[in-house]
Write a protein that binds this ligand. Structure first.
Ligand code: SF4
Ligand code: SF4
Length: 441
């Protein structure tokens, strides 16, 4: 695509980066066919190509964002299916991240939208605040219907609808410390404790630590680590996202210096995509660029780490039929496609892949709160495809997808690591009736 940026505009490194991305796009439109919002809404401006044109026009003319571009960029899930499809290697992720930061700087949203976004940024990345908010949400549940009738209050209704009926107790294993491996030492890793996942389902990381320990891997929970920054990053709040990135880079750099790390283990693929991008996000900060690149290079999804590990034979062979839902951040963001399925199959599960596996479930960070109608359409489509597999359980590697799919399906939805842990000698995952684990088709 031809671009017309001035020399002065290109002096801004973010504009220069976006210009390089724009020039790669050849307008072929292959990406439209796999874009969930184009497939759902059928509007070119809600396709990757349409959004690329809108972003180009805004940046090239040095214009403030207007209502039209904000509408279509807000509808983008950042699922990155377009990047998987694009034959020209257009880095849509960095382009839309830049556009979102530009919107945040130049566009004044309506008051209620601003308040909702400020509240999400204040609450979600902080486990103690999120836990308190979920307790409060119980009081608001009777008013869901009322909130959903008022357009400006729909996000509040969506939030209350997604809030779980009960909140598990915080896990002591998430506190800073070292969990020694059992037997001969096979490795040393850090684990991201994260934010929302540690409140909604602390057993995901507990199970991961337990399995790694049994495999002889020492697991460090470094003091000072926190939210990866993805939630605010996707809202265009660059300063907050970079502050989170720096905080984590500092925490993991200390852990590297104190004993070395083979990997930084991440159990939520949405976080993994962002942490693997820290090197890019902090490339212009001389104090952090190298350290951030080192952290990104060490980041591994738990299934990526286990797939490269010399695993023993599983203790059990369940024979259960599992529908594997590949989170967008897993398959498109990190290009991890075969490892989770192969691990499940090796552990004795029968793995089925739902139709339209490339399409997002509509979770996408805060998308199911801020764009609840499109999100619900995508969720229902996803659940229908998953249930058509005839599987007994759904496995996936991202807490957002777990919450989203479970909100509309009677099937148990579990993190992949819980099934692997069970097959390798751990306890039966909570929430799954015994017969489901043993009942083959
Ligand atoms: S597939 Fe790639 S090159 Fe083609 S229109 Fe989409 S982004 Fe541009
Ligand atoms: S990130 Fe997803 S929703 Fe956004 S343009 Fe690409 S395919 Fe469409």
């Amino acid at each position: 695509m031809q671009t017309n940026f001035s020399i002065a505009q290109l002096a801004d490194p973010d504009v220069a980066e976006s210009e390089k991305i724009l020039r790669k796009c050849v307008h072929c439109g292959f990406c439209t066919a796999t874009c969930p919002t184009y497939v759902t809404l059928g509007n070119e401006l809600d396709s990757p190509r349409g959004r690329i044109y809108l972003i180009k026009d805004m940046l090239e003319n040095g214009r403030a964002a207007d209502k039209e571009i904000v509408t279509h960029i807000d509808r983008c899930l950042s699922c990155l299916a377009c990047m998987t499809t694009c034959p020209s290697g257009v880095n849509y992720m960095h382009l839309v991240d830049h556009a979102r930061a530009h919107i945040e700087e130049t566009y004044k949203r309506p008051l209620l939208d601003r308040l909702t976004r400020a509240m999400l940024a204040f609450v979600l990345p902080y486990p103690a605040r999120f836990r308190a908010a979920l307790k409060l949400a119980k009081l608001g549940k009777p008013f869901i219907g009322l909130f959903e009738k008022v357009p400006a209050l729909k996000p509040l209704g969506a939030m209350l609808r997604l809030a779980p009926a009960s909140i598990p107790a915080a896990s002591p294993m998430a506190s800073p410390g070292v969990h020694a491996g059992q037997g001969a030492k096979k490795g040393r890793v850090a684990i991201l404790t994260g934010c929302a996942q540690s409140v909604l389902d602390p057993a995901i990381n507990d199970t991961t630590i337990s399995l790694l320990r049994r495999l002889g891997v020492e697991v460090v929970v470094p003091p000072g680590e926190g939210c990866c920054g993805a939630l605010v990053h996707h809202m265009g709040r660059e300063d907050a996202a970079l502050a989170s990135a720096r905080q984590n880079v500092d925490a993991w750099t200390r852990a590297i210096e104190q004993g070395g790390l083979d990997a930084i283990i991440i159990t939520a693929s949405g976080c993994g995509t962002t942490i693997k991008d820290y090197g890019f996000m902090l490339r212009l900060d001389p104090a952090y660029a190298d350290k951030a690149a080192r952290v990104s290079a060490l980041a591994r999804d738990i299934t990526e780490y286990l797939a490269a590990f010399d695993l023993p034979e599983p203790v059990r062979s369940p024979g259960t039929v599992v529908a594997y839902h590949s989170a967008c951040s897993m398959q498109h963001g990190q290009k991890i496609t075969r490892q989770p399925k192969e691990l499940l199959a090796k552990a004795g599960f029968i793995v089925r892949e739902p139709r339209e596996g490339h399409l997002c479930c509509g979770s996408a960070g805060t998308y199911n709160i801020l764009q609840s109608e499109i999100s619900a359409r995508l969720r229902d489509r996803k659940v229908k495809n998953i249930e058509a597999t005839g599987a007994s359980i759904v496995a996936t590697g991202n807490i957002g997808c777990i919450t989203q799919i479970a909100s509309a399906s009677k099937m148990p939805v579990v993190h992949t690591i819980k099934l692997l842990d069970w097959a390798y000698g751990g306890p039966k995952p909570d929430g799954i009736p015994e017969e489901r684990l043993f009942a083959a088709e």
